[in-house]
Design a protein around this ligand. Structure first.
Ligand code: ASP
Length: 570
């Protein structure tokens, strides 16, 4: 028998019990005739007292050695109220070594000295640490809640193939050479998009799948080349139905996992989001929306600014209460740039501004009045070309929020971004590309723009943003063959290409496609945001590094000549 109890469950009620425990040595303190040892398993840590006499000679005990002990539960003299077993310890009378261990390459405790690379190479040791283990437990709970919630609401979990053909979903596909079909390739699914639509054509009313997706993209710290989606699709729905249902889903998840009651999610159109925040994934935990100032600077005849294509500003309230003067000055230096200025309204009523010749006292007062600024407030301005100006101030808005600690990880502010553009112009290929994917429905009232002004067509698509991170995105799909063909044509696919790439899909359109729509949430991102948006890799058991490498198994790797030959590579 390896254990009568685990290392996280014994307490004062167990005093005097004879127990057997097994676990890894986390800490060992040598007190001459005694050892104090902390042993750890999945469930927790228990302190052992081992007299040297009970340890055989030549029997060494080191960190991470796996031992089995028999002993008696006794009350501790100096109690540790931070852990559930902290009031007892085990007086050991027999100890067995189950397995020795090399000295661990980093500290296996809540706080570790291991850098990310080492922790990934020895991921199994990292998983022994509470922070990573607990993240995997939270992820499991999230998956379980999701499955239960969606099943209860009539969604059927259905698996779709992973080895498919390349489909245009906005990223590059990973390809897999076929051994049995010389010179032919599968592609790993970027998402189940076409299959979930085919399921709707197949009469499945509501589908979901917790599914691995693969995209051959340049990795970033918040993106993995293989990631997990909560992928969903519903028949006979309009945008509103999808948003209402999935708002209910996200609220349910937050309540169950975090015990947080979320407010209803605002819906902001893509164009308003760009106007108000300079980005399509705004963080609305703090307001600071843009104020357009072109009319003001013209009426007030403010030189330099009145000639600009675009002038905008934001107000940050009461910042002088948060940091001292020197700190604010240093921060302002870090964000200074050419088409940008700031005004500080100090508590002693003085107005300070960035060093720009055109800013005199009169102009400063005009802005202060217009923004209804109060002592302690800060104003930031950006001017120049419209698109660039918005983008720049959007970035500065986030830096300001960081500096003034406005990104509280315990506050969650989801919102829907709606009406994203259907198409965007891609300079490299000189073609229009889908913003979401080619199966997204345009707004009926905008279809006439296809010939004249494709980039102004709005789509029936939506993104879920939480605290500035895109957590999900989806759309109402095209269910009309002619419109689908029209969109393919405008994406630059020839008739032959449409036939060869989407022939099967277009054929299905001949058999009564129901109106349908759906969404996919990034599971890794969702769990990461639930836990304060720290590092997506900490929520994946075996993640890839920022360059798409698995450092533990050393993938990707070279293939032996024989294997290459089998796959018809010469
Ligand atoms: N397949 C889409 C994606 O992966 C999601 C959707 O439209 O439902 O982004």
């Amino acid at each position: 028998m390896y254990r009568t109890h685990n290392c996280g469950e014994l307490s004062l009620k167990d005093i005097e019990k004879k127990v057997i425990l097994s676990g890894w040595i986390q800490k060992i303190r040598n007190l001459g005739s005694l050892f104090f040892i902390d042993i750890r398993d999945y469930f927790g840590i228990t302190q052992l007292i081992v007299s040297k006499k009970s340890v055989k000679e030549n029997f060494s005990l080191e960190k991470e050695f796996l031992i089995k002990v028999e002993g008696k539960v006794v009350e501790r003299l100096s109690k540790n109220y931070n852990i559930p077993t902290g009031e007892i310890e085990i007086l050991v009378f027999h100890i067995d070594l189950l397995n020795s261990s090399l000295f661990p390459p980093f500290t296996i405790e809540n706080k570790t000295d291991g850098n990310e690379e080492m922790r990934m190479i020895y991921r199994y040791l990292d998983i022994r640490r509470n922070p990573i283990k607990n993240n995997l437990i939270i992820r499991h709970n999230l998956v379980l809640e999701t499955r239960n919630f969606l099943s209860k609401n009539g969604f059927l979990e259905i698996e779709t193939p992973v080895l498919i053909n390349d489909t245009p979903e906005g990223a590059r596909s990973f390809v897999v050479p076929s051994r049995t079909h010389p010179n032919k390739f599968y592609a790993l699914a970027q998402s189940p998009q076409l299959f979930k639509q085919l399921l709707m054509i197949g009469g499945i009313d509501k589908y979901f799948q917790i599914v691995k997706c693969f995209r051959d993209e340049d990795s970033r710290s918040d993106r993995q080349i293989e990631f997990t989606q909560i992928d969903c699709e519903m028949s006979f729905v309009e945008e509103h139905d999808v948003l209402v249902f999935f708002e209910y889903f996200i609220k349910h998840i937050f309540k169950k996992i975090k015990n947080i009651q979320l407010d209803s999610f605002p819906r902001i159109s893509y164009s308003d989001a760009i106007k108000m925040y300079g980005t399509d994934s705004p963080d609305i935990r703090f307001s600071m929306s843009f104020v357009e100032l072109n009319d003001l600077v013209k009426i007030k005849n403010i030189s330099l600014l009145k000639e600009q294509e675009f002038v905008i500003g934001i107000k940050i309230k009461k910042c002088h209460d948060i940091h001292n003067n020197d700190k604010i000055n240093c921060f302002l230096k870090t964000i200074e740039n050419k088409n940008f200025f700031w005004i500080r309204y100090l508590h002693n009523q003085t107005l300070l501004s960035s060093n720009q010749n055109f800013l005199n006292e009169k102009i400063l007062k005009i802005f202060v009045k217009y923004f209804k600024a109060l002592p302690g407030d800060l104003l930031f301005f950006s001017y120049g070309k419209k698109i660039k100006t918005r983008k720049e101030l959007g970035k500065i808005r986030l830096k300001i929020a960081d500096f003034f600690n406005l990104k509280d990880p315990k506050i969650f502010k989801p919102l829907w971004i709606t009406d994203l553009p259907l198409l965007k112009w891609e300079e490299r290929s000189k073609k229009y590309k889908s913003v979401h994917h080619p199966f997204t429905s345009p707004k009926e009232e905008d279809i006439h723009l296809l010939e004249k002004c494709p980039k102004n067509i709005r789509s029936k698509s939506y993104d879920l943003i939480i605290n500035g991170v895109e957590i999900g995105s989806g759309s109402i799909r095209i269910h009309n063959k002619n419109i689908q063909n029209l969109i393919f044509k405008h994406l630059g696919f020839s008739k032959r290409e449409i036939e060869s790439r989407f022939g099967f899909f277009i054929k299905a359109f001949e058999y009564g496609v129901p109106p349908h729509g759906g969404i996919a949430f990034g599971l890794d991102r969702l769990v990461n945001i639930l836990e304060g948006n720290k590092n997506i890799k900490n929520f994946i058991a075996f993640p890839k590094n920022n360059y798409g490498k698995d450092l533990m198994i050393n993938a990707p790797s070279l293939l032996e000549k024989e294997k290459l030959k089998e796959l018809h590579f010469r």
